[in-house]
Design a protein around this ligand. Structure first.
Ligand SMILES: CCCCCCCCCCCCC/C=C/[C@@H](O)[C@H](COP(=O)(O)O)NC(=O)CCCCCCCCCCCCCCC
Length: 216
């Protein structure tokens, strides 16, 4: 059923499991599990209500672009982020300086999610170390201002800021994660954040080496 995956209940454990599967023995990033991790996160976003629809729509759009490559005729080149980057660069399938004939390359699409992963890492680390009366909206916008916002035009920053204001408070937020009592969520975040951070670092280094961090 179309869209059914995004309608299911979010569970932090599941996202943690997919991010665990992301890294191969030689620390390559499996695209299949990377997008599965994002699908899980989108479920969470959808459970917060329609105010976040414009964000989840963009994320789903990018996930779908990558899944189409993964399942397409050159799918074997898209098994890992490393093989995708090599394949697309070797075959000149990436718009490097301005948008042209490859506006939806795997490299530029993944870069958008990669930048959002940094936001997630910063936000979850704040959530993990926050006190009971901390505000999720503040943690979320601080994490956003330190990361993703630098890549967004004013109008997107404004819309994101408005959406953050209607985030549920910390107790309700932790509950939607479906892990159990707050202490358990915090413990699971202690496992999740370093994993997410490692996937982020590996991708960041690869993109930096290849000069891909500013793809249009
Ligand atoms: C929990 C609250 C969730 C707040 C989400 C914070 C991120 C705010 C991002 C705002 C993005 C607005 C939508 C539009 C973005 C695009 O312009 C922009 C650029 O794309 P383009 O170059 O193709 O034009 N796109 C992006 O930067 C990609 C954004 C992807 C955002 C995915 C966010 C998923 C959030 C998942 C929440 C999970 C919460 C954690 C719970 C364990």
């Amino acid at each position: 059923m179309a869209g059914s995956q995004e309608d299911q209940k979010f569970c932090l454990q599941e996202v943690l499991d997919t991010f665990k599967l992301c890294l191969s023995e030689k620390k390559d990033v499996y695209l299949e599990h990377y997008v599965a991790g994002w699908r899980g996160l989108v479920k969470f976003l959808n459970s917060l209500g329609s105010v976040f629809g414009f964000i989840s729509k963009d994320a789903v759009n990018k996930i779908n672009i990558l899944v189409t490559y993964l399942h397409g005729e050159n799918g074997s080149q898209y098994v890992t982020v490393q093989s995708m980057v090599k394949y697309e660069l070797d075959n000149e399938l990436v718009d490097l300086t301005k948008r042209g004939s490859h506006p939806e390359s795997g490299c530029r699409t993944l870069l958008r999610l990669h930048r959002a992963l940094r936001w997630l890492e910063l936000f979850l680390e704040r959530l993990r170390t926050s006190s009971e009366d901390s505000k999720t909206s503040v943690m979320c916008s601080e994490a956003y201002n330190e990361s993703l916002s630098q890549h967004h035009p004013w109008v997107v920053r404004k819309a994101a800021g408005m959406a953050f204001c209607v985030l549920p408070g910390r107790p309700a937020f932790l509950e939607v994660m479906n892990v159990g009592p707050p202490e358990q969520v915090v413990a699971m975040l202690g496992e999740a954040v370093p994993l997410i951070s490692e996937v982020y670092q590996i991708t960041e280094e690869l993109y930096a080496q290849q000069n891909l961090l500013d793809l249009p």
